[in-house]
Design a protein around this ligand. Structure first.
Ligand SMILES: Cc1cc2nc3c(=O)[nH]c(=O)nc-3n(C[C@H](O)[C@H](O)[C@H](O)COP(=O)(O)O)c2cc1C
Length: 159
Protein backbone atom coordinates (compact mmCIF):
# COMPACT_ATOMS: atom_id res chain seq x y z
CA UNK A 1 0.00 0.00 0.00
CA UNK A 2 1.39 3.38 -0.93
CA UNK A 3 1.09 6.25 1.49
CA UNK A 4 -0.25 9.52 0.12
CA UNK A 5 0.26 13.13 1.13
CA UNK A 6 -2.11 15.82 -0.15
CA UNK A 7 -0.09 19.03 0.10
CA UNK A 8 -1.75 22.26 -0.94
CA UNK A 9 -1.31 26.00 -1.07
CA UNK A 10 -4.50 28.06 -1.14
CA UNK A 11 -4.58 31.85 -0.94
CA UNK A 12 -8.35 32.26 -0.83
CA UNK A 13 -9.82 28.85 0.04
CA UNK A 14 -10.79 27.33 -3.33
CA UNK A 15 -7.88 24.90 -3.59
CA UNK A 16 -8.26 24.05 0.09
CA UNK A 17 -11.82 22.87 -0.58
CA UNK A 18 -10.66 20.66 -3.42
CA UNK A 19 -7.73 19.35 -1.35
CA UNK A 20 -10.13 18.24 1.37
CA UNK A 21 -12.22 16.26 -1.13
CA UNK A 22 -9.08 14.81 -2.68
CA UNK A 23 -7.65 13.72 0.68
CA UNK A 24 -10.89 11.80 1.33
CA UNK A 25 -10.94 10.32 -2.17
CA UNK A 26 -7.27 9.27 -2.12
CA UNK A 27 -7.08 8.31 1.55
CA UNK A 28 -4.26 10.79 1.98
CA UNK A 29 -3.01 12.96 4.81
CA UNK A 30 -3.43 16.72 4.42
CA UNK A 31 -0.65 19.28 4.70
CA UNK A 32 -1.11 22.98 4.06
CA UNK A 33 1.79 24.81 2.42
CA UNK A 34 1.43 27.88 4.63
CA UNK A 35 3.42 30.95 3.65
CA UNK A 36 5.63 32.31 6.44
CA UNK A 37 4.14 35.64 5.46
CA UNK A 38 0.44 35.22 4.50
CA UNK A 39 -0.83 36.81 1.29
CA UNK A 40 -3.06 39.85 1.81
CA UNK A 41 -5.73 40.90 -0.68
CA UNK A 42 -3.34 43.59 -1.91
CA UNK A 43 -0.65 40.94 -2.42
CA UNK A 44 -3.04 39.01 -4.69
CA UNK A 45 -3.92 41.95 -6.97
CA UNK A 46 -2.96 40.77 -10.44
CA UNK A 47 -3.82 44.17 -11.91
CA UNK A 48 -0.96 45.75 -10.00
CA UNK A 49 2.50 45.01 -11.41
CA UNK A 50 4.02 45.94 -8.04
CA UNK A 51 1.88 43.58 -5.96
CA UNK A 52 3.67 40.76 -4.17
CA UNK A 53 2.16 38.03 -6.39
CA UNK A 54 3.07 39.95 -9.57
CA UNK A 55 6.63 40.54 -8.39
CA UNK A 56 7.08 36.89 -7.37
CA UNK A 57 5.62 35.51 -10.59
CA UNK A 58 7.80 37.81 -12.66
CA UNK A 59 10.88 36.47 -10.87
CA UNK A 60 11.52 32.82 -11.76
CA UNK A 61 13.97 32.61 -8.84
CA UNK A 62 11.55 33.85 -6.16
CA UNK A 63 11.04 31.25 -3.42
CA UNK A 64 8.65 32.55 -0.74
CA UNK A 65 9.31 30.94 2.65
CA UNK A 66 7.01 28.27 4.12
CA UNK A 67 5.92 28.50 7.77
CA UNK A 68 5.92 24.84 8.87
CA UNK A 69 7.65 21.86 7.21
CA UNK A 70 6.10 18.43 6.51
CA UNK A 71 6.68 16.00 9.33
CA UNK A 72 8.62 13.00 8.03
CA UNK A 73 8.29 13.36 4.27
CA UNK A 74 10.18 10.05 3.90
CA UNK A 75 7.04 8.05 4.78
CA UNK A 76 5.11 9.13 1.64
CA UNK A 77 5.23 7.41 -1.75
CA UNK A 78 2.75 9.70 -3.51
CA UNK A 79 2.54 13.46 -3.10
CA UNK A 80 -0.44 15.24 -4.61
CA UNK A 81 0.40 18.93 -4.68
CA UNK A 82 -2.36 21.49 -5.15
CA UNK A 83 -2.42 25.21 -5.83
CA UNK A 84 -4.30 28.01 -7.61
CA UNK A 85 -3.07 28.78 -11.13
CA UNK A 86 -1.27 32.12 -11.02
CA UNK A 87 -0.30 33.59 -14.38
CA UNK A 88 -0.78 30.21 -16.10
CA UNK A 89 1.48 28.28 -13.72
CA UNK A 90 1.96 27.32 -10.07
CA UNK A 91 2.70 30.01 -7.48
CA UNK A 92 6.41 30.20 -6.64
CA UNK A 93 5.81 28.85 -3.12
CA UNK A 94 5.03 25.48 -4.70
CA UNK A 95 8.59 25.48 -6.03
CA UNK A 96 9.82 26.32 -2.52
CA UNK A 97 7.93 23.25 -1.29
CA UNK A 98 9.25 20.89 -3.98
CA UNK A 99 12.82 22.09 -3.49
CA UNK A 100 12.65 21.45 0.29
CA UNK A 101 12.61 17.62 0.22
CA UNK A 102 14.18 14.58 -1.38
CA UNK A 103 11.58 13.18 -3.78
CA UNK A 104 13.58 10.11 -4.87
CA UNK A 105 11.22 7.20 -5.53
CA UNK A 106 8.14 9.37 -5.08
CA UNK A 107 5.37 10.22 -7.52
CA UNK A 108 4.30 13.86 -7.58
CA UNK A 109 0.89 14.73 -9.01
CA UNK A 110 -0.09 18.38 -9.41
CA UNK A 111 -3.69 19.50 -9.10
CA UNK A 112 -5.07 23.01 -9.34
CA UNK A 113 -8.04 25.33 -9.32
CA UNK A 114 -8.22 28.38 -11.56
CA UNK A 115 -10.47 31.02 -13.01
CA UNK A 116 -10.49 29.07 -16.27
CA UNK A 117 -6.91 28.34 -17.34
CA UNK A 118 -5.77 24.75 -17.62
CA UNK A 119 -2.51 23.26 -16.31
CA UNK A 120 -0.53 24.64 -19.27
CA UNK A 121 3.20 24.09 -18.73
CA UNK A 122 2.73 23.77 -14.97
CA UNK A 123 3.93 20.18 -14.61
CA UNK A 124 7.06 20.62 -16.72
CA UNK A 125 8.02 23.74 -14.76
CA UNK A 126 7.51 21.94 -11.43
CA UNK A 127 9.47 18.91 -12.64
CA UNK A 128 12.63 21.02 -12.54
CA UNK A 129 12.11 21.59 -8.81
CA UNK A 130 11.98 17.86 -7.98
CA UNK A 131 14.12 16.10 -10.62
CA UNK A 132 14.25 12.86 -8.61
CA UNK A 133 10.47 12.46 -8.66
CA UNK A 134 8.20 10.96 -11.26
CA UNK A 135 5.91 13.91 -12.06
CA UNK A 136 2.54 13.19 -13.67
CA UNK A 137 0.76 15.86 -15.80
CA UNK A 138 -1.88 16.47 -13.14
CA UNK A 139 -5.28 18.06 -13.51
CA UNK A 140 -7.22 21.24 -13.05
CA UNK A 141 -10.44 20.63 -11.17
CA UNK A 142 -13.23 22.76 -9.82
CA UNK A 143 -13.03 23.81 -6.18
CA UNK A 144 -16.48 22.28 -5.81
CA UNK A 145 -15.69 19.06 -7.71
CA UNK A 146 -17.82 16.21 -6.39
CA UNK A 147 -16.44 13.24 -4.52
CA UNK A 148 -17.35 10.95 -7.44
CA UNK A 149 -15.55 13.16 -9.98
CA UNK A 150 -12.46 13.41 -7.79
CA UNK A 151 -12.54 9.69 -6.99
CA UNK A 152 -12.68 8.71 -10.64
CA UNK A 153 -9.67 10.93 -11.37
CA UNK A 154 -7.75 9.32 -8.48
CA UNK A 155 -8.70 5.86 -9.80
CA UNK A 156 -7.44 6.77 -13.28
CA UNK A 157 -4.01 7.53 -11.82
CA UNK A 158 -3.61 3.85 -10.93
CA UNK A 159 -1.60 4.56 -7.79
C1 LIG B 1 -2.20 36.53 -8.63
C2 LIG B 1 -3.25 35.68 -9.27
C3 LIG B 1 -3.07 35.24 -10.57
C4 LIG B 1 -4.03 34.43 -11.19
N1 LIG B 1 -3.81 33.97 -12.46
C5 LIG B 1 -4.74 33.18 -13.05
C6 LIG B 1 -4.54 32.66 -14.37
O1 LIG B 1 -3.50 32.87 -15.02
N2 LIG B 1 -5.53 31.90 -14.93
C7 LIG B 1 -6.71 31.63 -14.27
O2 LIG B 1 -7.57 30.94 -14.82
N3 LIG B 1 -6.91 32.08 -13.00
C8 LIG B 1 -5.96 32.84 -12.37
N4 LIG B 1 -6.17 33.28 -11.09
C9 LIG B 1 -7.40 32.85 -10.37
C10 LIG B 1 -7.11 31.68 -9.40
O3 LIG B 1 -6.40 30.62 -10.04
C11 LIG B 1 -8.43 31.08 -8.85
O4 LIG B 1 -9.24 32.07 -8.31
C12 LIG B 1 -8.14 29.98 -7.82
O5 LIG B 1 -9.24 29.09 -7.76
C13 LIG B 1 -7.86 30.55 -6.42
O6 LIG B 1 -7.54 29.47 -5.56
P1 LIG B 1 -7.33 29.66 -3.98
O7 LIG B 1 -8.64 30.19 -3.41
O8 LIG B 1 -7.02 28.29 -3.49
O9 LIG B 1 -6.22 30.63 -3.78
C14 LIG B 1 -5.21 34.07 -10.47
C15 LIG B 1 -5.38 34.53 -9.16
C16 LIG B 1 -4.41 35.32 -8.55
C17 LIG B 1 -4.63 35.78 -7.13
Amino acid sequence: MSKTLVAYFSASGATERLANTLADAAGGELYEIKPASPYTNADLNWNNKQSRSSVEMNDKAARPAIAVPVENMAQYDVVLVGFPIWWYEAPRIVQTFLESYDFSGKTVIPFATSGGSGMGKTASILEKSCPAAKVLPGKKLSASASMSEVSSWVKSLGL
